[in-house]
Design a protein around this ligand. Structure first.
Ligand code: ATP
Ligand code: MG
Length: 212
């Protein structure tokens, strides 16, 4: 049992925290045969809604556990879930700043999605500071990328300048991420092959190598 906690955090709303949470969870289950728990700490409850739709439609939740918790509660909850799961993924709300501390401290790895945009760079700083203070491993993930955007190099330069890790994989702006979520599914369940799956697989592998 790996028993590792990943907290997905980012001050800015809509950067893909919940999308990454569900796609990584199913990727860990499908490609690595892991037992995975997901914890929704966001009062918006997007992760919970996704899980409820899944349940109502009867999709398999084999090896997947869902919990809700406050940001404080996630620390306690993840400790318990570590006994029976390989990976625990904590999805957090936007605008958390100082409230984020317990969920960050609970983590072995803090995963920060950001779009290739200067606005996202600025919004990322508060979480990075908290995660650095807590001496947690920080992995950034560029999301909703247009591969031809000139801002991608700027984003890698920014990530390098703040001295945190990054995956080598861009997660593209793809409609399949939007539509699958609304159906209570993920790209790894919807498609057998394709760019979106390859991206999620590569990010999953990078996370596993950082956790080991
Ligand atoms: N790679 C992507 N390609 C296309 N759309 C995406 C991608 N990632 C996320 N989205 C879409 O962007 C919107 C925001 O994503 P998501 O809810 O995952 O962000 P979030 O960071 O969890 O937001 P919040 O801060 O409100 O919790 C959703 O409509 C989602 O489907
Ligand atoms: Mg969310």
């Amino acid at each position: 049992m790996l028993s590792k906690v990943i907290t997905i955090a980012q001050q800015k709303g809509g950067t893909g925290k919940t999308t990454l949470a569900v796609n990584l969870a199913l990727s860990f289950i499908k490609f690595h045969n892991f037992k995975v728990a997901i914890i929704d700490t966001d009062p918006q409850g997007s992760l919970g809604k996704w899980y409820m739709i899944r349940n109502d439609k009867g999709y398999s939740n084999k090896n997947l556990t869902f919990k809700t918790a406050s940001l404080w509660g996630a620390q306690y909850e993840s400790k318990i879930l570590k006994e029976t799961n390989d990976v625990i993924i904590i999805d957090t709300p936007p605008k958390i700043e100082s409230d984020a501390r317990p969920a960050i401290e609970a983590a072995d790895l803090v995963l920060i999605p950001l779009a290739p945009s200067h606005v996202d760079f600025w919004a990322t700083e508060a979480i990075i500071e908290i995660a650095k203070k807590a001496k947690r491993k920080i992995l950034t993930q560029i999301n909703r990328a247009n591969h031809r955007s000139k801002l991608i190099q700027d984003t890698y330069d920014y990530i390098k300048s703040i001295n945190v890790l990054s995956t080598n994989t861009l997660l593209g702006h793809r409609q399949i991420f939007v539509s699958s979520m609304g159906e209570g599914r993920t790209v790894v369940e919807k498609q057998r092959k394709g760019k979106a799956i390859e991206e999620i697989k590569a990010i999953t592998n990078k996370i596993i190598s950082e956790l080991n």
